[in-house]
Write a protein that binds this ligand. Structure first.
Ligand code: ADP
Ligand code: MG
Length: 927
């Protein structure tokens, strides 16, 4: 953390002669030295000195000056009413923002008002609706390495726990915890290898992370704000205590997980204004927590986080693994969609959800497709039933449309930050539940029946809210208009007094006109002088004795009578007391509702699932998806489509996919733009959809359970990154070679393109052989290296597919239709022509191509004799094949190469080592 972010440097030498308010400000800055402190002064949040300059610049507000007895300070203030939009800017600039609210009523104290930090706004712990995207969760992560126990000394190099058995990775096992503070969703998992940690981070894409001592920070990507956190929070005992306080006595056996989870909860408390641990975050003076409208919720930060009560402990191996690279290249989410078909991502294409609960659940299911065949089938059952029943589907959609984001709402309730409108929204959502139950009355699939039977409409809570809270309550909580008078006897009496008083005043005008004979006499009210009787100047003579002058106007005088004054005081007293009472009653109701947050969360979860089922079914019906059978031995997809491309193409050409034990590795050739990449991704997306529980865009599909999808896109297809692309490509390849299994689906798209042809081909071949011989994963390999198609003859599992093109004279038209066998030519020049490259350039290209073809004819021709051509760059298996080969010089070189190659352990080499090794091999070949 950038220390002293908010603490102005000047303060040290002025400390002695500060005014009490400024002393308070600097004290808070010191306490929250990793944040920018916003300090409430009346209707503004102020920053002073250097922090003021920063805030003024980032928020584009005026820098002003404040003068007091001790001197002059720079000052910048943002209006509290509109604070969130400014806070957002500060977050975007990479700051944490500590909000220090006044926790005393200025009218009730003499001297300086107390302030306390009521929340620290950080990118990963947002709860403000204004700052959150409703369609997705917002996670903060916490990572610990085995050496992270605060008890352990840092130089005990990662084995501090002593209990850890030797692991594949130096400082594993790692504990990873993730929390969405806005919903209370909490996950914990552990991993032996840093790779797996990276994969899980790719899945959840946390906005922020805290790390324990010794935990690596380079595993997080650039979008994630990473900071080390209090060592003490990671101590096993402390962490365990905290975990148990939230989640009960559950068996979180894994120490690394306990530490990660405990520290994360401590951090969450810290952001809610708690001071969870000593250390440089500050002392333990726990101030009362207040919210901006003056609400003072008793209890500490822990109580405010009560709704975090359910921990999902998971093993990454329970879900299909989609790492960051796969998520990006399959364009599942819009997070950083680079390619995007007209900006459409998979989740967009599939999102027919009715409410925010469902939208987040859809994201979650796509992020974590299942591996368990029964669970997958159970989801398909529900989708099938809803697909077949339009009436039911539409009815449910309509009902779910009225469901509020009760998950985030109930967390606000628990934190004491919900207003009366929130409670009314909760009520309205609960009111929908019986209708949902009724709609599902005839449901037959086990999944839907279970869902219906477990729907809790929280009738008690709904009734309480309905009795207590007005239908159209005020947004403010302290000025009345919130609680129904009938809810409480005292409140009812007070409101009645108020009403009677006002009625008496309403009648007063007529009465006084009659009494005084002044027809123009008026009774009115203004906020400064209260009630008055107004008499115009010509009538002043008729004013009775008991009138007292209150105010003189240009042509009239205003009076009160003792009786009017008395009534007025009565009204004011009753109103004031009633407003206060309403607020108290409201807080009571809110607390009662908070008690039930677990039930509300359980309901939210079920409504969310139902919404996703309905969404899956709507998409299936609308776009003609079919129910996949998951658990087969291979892929058998008839007329499959790409779920996103088919939406943007006028005419999408469906394609089959067949993979089994015999033929599991397809080398796919065809010209640019013929549909190779689309085809490969479509196979993967069909698998992802099926395992997420959705139907799939195909006439029919039998699929295996895929444990992981690997996608690697050749460097030339990924210029956007601006990284050393070849390096990236090789790193990713190494990952596949190390981690793919027989059950994985591997997509290799033009791998080996980011280097010279010979290198590229060599790598492509070596990878093919390794995946084929050692891994056995279902693989689709699109390549422009036609030489690779020859492998099909040599390796039993490899077969060729190609995309057809139709020549019309000199032009080509793409049919986007996949067919068995290898493509015969590259249509690059025709594509160039189609793209508008000038005719003379196209012509010249043809001539050059003809020349190089003629040259090639003197060597073994690629198309007819690919086998020989590729022999030169064979990378393994050479020893076998070289048997009985008597082209002595070549084969001597070959076998020397083979020996050298065999000695290389590609799987453990760094990309740089691999490149160097390749360069050496090439050199030795040239000798
Ligand atoms: P390649 O990888 O062979 O260069 P792509 O898969 O990127 O080709 O496809 C190029 C374009 O062709 C896609 O953006 C899409 O618009 C279109 N396309 C691909 N496959 C099909 C298909 N099956 N039916 C219709 N259009 C397709
Ligand atoms: Mg492509």
């Amino acid at each position: 953390m950038d220390a002293a972010l908010g603490a102005p440097a000047k303060m040290a030498d002025r400390e002695d002669d500060l005014t009490p308010m400024m002393a308070q400000y600097f004290e808070l800055c010191r306490e929250y030295d990793d944040s920018l402190v916003l300090f409430q002064v009346g209707d503004f949040y102020e920053a002073f000195c250097e922090a003021a300059e920063r805030v003024a610049r980032l928020c584009e507000i005026t820098l002003t000056k404040r003068e007091d007895s001790t001197g002059e300070y720079a000052m910048a203030g943002i209006p509290i009413d509109n604070a969130e939009s400014y806070i957002e800017r500060l977050l975007e600039a990479g700051y944490r923002v500590a909000v220090a609210d006044q926790v005393q009523d200025p009218d009730e104290v003499t001297g300086v008002v107390d302030r306390a930090v009521t929340r620290v706004v950080t990118p990963g712990t947002l709860t403000e609706d204004e700052l959150l995207r409703s369609a997705d969760n917002n996670y903060v992560a916490c990572l610990t390495a085995s050496g992270s126990d605060g008890d352990a000394s840092a130089d005990e190099s990662g084995r501090a726990g002593g209990s850890a058995a030797p692991r594949a990775d130096e400082s594993g096992p790692y504990g990873l915890a993730l929390l969405d503070v806005s919903t209370g969703d909490c996950y914990a998992t552990s991993a032996d290898r840093l790779d797996s940690v990276a994969d899980e981070l790719g899945r959840f894409a946390p906005a922020e992370a805290i790390v324990g001592p010794d935990a690596p920070v380079d595993v997080f990507d650039g979008d994630c704000m990473v900071s080390p956190y209090e060592r003490t929070a990671f101590e096993t005992d402390r962490a365990r205590e905290r975990v148990e306080a939230y989640f009960g006595d559950l068996a979180l056996a894994d120490e690394a997980e306990v530490r990660a989870c405990g520290a994360l909860l401590a951090y969450a408390e810290y952001t809610r204004g708690g001071n969870p641990d000593a250390g440089d975050i500050g002392d333990d003076s726990t101030a009362a927590v207040a919210d901006p409208d003056g609400t003072t919720a008793e209890g500490d930060a822990t109580a405010a986080l009560d709704y975090i009560n359910h921990l999902t402990r998971y093993d990454p191996r329970e879900y299909m693994l989609l790492d960051r690279v796969a998520l990006e290249s399959l364009e599942l989410f819009d997070r950083r969609a680079v390619h995007g078909h007209q900006g459409l991502t998979l989740v967009d294409a599939l999102d027919e959800t009715a409410c925010a609960l469902g939208r987040r659940k859809l994201n979650d299911w796509l992020r974590r497709p299942l591996l368990d065949e029964d669970r997958i089938a159970a989801r398909h059952d529900a989708v099938a039933e809803l697909t077949g029943d339009v009436t039911l589907r539409e009815r449910l959609h309509e009902l779910l449309d009225d469901v509020y984001d009760i998950e985030r709402l109930v967390s606000r309730v628990a934190r004491g930050r919900a207003n009366a409108r929130d409670l009314r929204s909760l009520h309205d959502t609960l009111a929908v539940v019986p209708d949902v139950e009724a709609a599902l009355a005839d449901a037959e699939s086990k999944t839907l029946v279970e869902l219906r039977e477990n729907l809790d409409s929280l009738a008690d809570v709904r009734d309480l809210i309905d009795r207590a809270i007005r239908e159209d309550p005020a947004a403010e909580l302290t000025e009345g208009g919130v609680v129904k008078p009938a809810f409480d006897d005292e409140l009812g009496a007070l409101r009645e007094t108020e009403r009677e008083g006002k009625a008496w005043i309403d009648d007063l005008e007529a009465g006084e006109r009659e009494r005084t004979g002044i027809d123009s006499l008026k009774v009115g009210h203004n906020s400064v002088h209260g009630y008055y009787i107004e008499v115009t100047d010509p009538n002043l003579d008729s004013v009775p004795e008991d009138y007292t002058r209150r105010q003189t106007l240009k042509n009239a005088e205003r009076f009160v009578t003792p009786e009017l004054k008395e009534r007025e005081d009565e009204i004011i007293r009753a109103e004031g007391r009633a407003d206060d009472l309403e607020y108290e009653l409201f807080c009571e109701v809110r607390r009662d509702v908070a008690e039930e947050s677990e039930r509300v969360q359980a309901l939210a979860e079920r409504l969310a699932r139902l919404d996703v089922f309905v969404s899956f079914a709507s998409v299936a019906a609308k776009f003609d998806y079919s129910r996949p059978e998951v658990g087969a031995d291979g892929f058998e997809v008839e007329a499959g489509r790409h779920p996103v491309v088919e939406r943007t193409e006028e005419r999408f050409v469906p394609n089959d996919a067949h993979f089994d034990d015999q033929d599991f590795f397809a080398v796919i050739t065809g010209p640019n733009m013929s549909g190779k990449s689309t085809y490969m991704r479509q196979v993967a997306l069909i698998a992802v959809l099926a395992q997420a529980g959705s139907f799939v865009p195909a006439a029919s599909a039998r699929l295996p359970v895929v444990d992981r999808v690997f996608t690697r896109v050749g460097a030339s297809d990924d210029i956007a990154g601006g990284r050393s692309t070849f390096m990236v490509e090789m790193t990713e390849l190494a990952d596949i070679l190390q981690n793919a299994t027989e059950d994985s689906l591997v997509l290799l798209d033009e791998v080996g393109r980011g280097t010279s042809t010979a290198d590229g081909l060599a790598i492509a071949r070596a990878v093919t052989e390794h995946v084929h011989d050692e891994v056995g994963a279902t693989t689709l390999f699109a390549t422009h290296h036609h030489e690779l198609t020859a492998i099909g003859d040599e390796l039993s599992g490899v077969f060729n597919l190609h995309f057809e093109t139709e020549r019309e004279g000199d032009d080509v038209a793409f049919e986007h239709e996949v067919a068995p066998g290898a493509a015969v030519a590259s249509y690059g020049i025709e594509v160039a022509k189609m793209a508008g490259v000038p005719a003379d350039v196209v012509q010249r290209s043809r001539e050059l191509l003809a020349e190089s073809d003629a040259d090639a004819a003197s060597e073994p021709a690629v198309e007819t004799n690919g086998h020989d051509a590729s022999e030169r760059v064979r990378v393994s298996n050479t020893a076998d094949d070289a048997d009985g080969d008597d082209r002595s010089a070549d084969s001597a070189a070959d076998s020397r190469l083979a020996t050298e190659l065999e000695a290389l352990d590609v799987a453990t080499m760094t990309p740089l080592e691999a490149m160097n090794a390749l360069a050496e091999l090439k050199e030795s070949l040239d000798e």
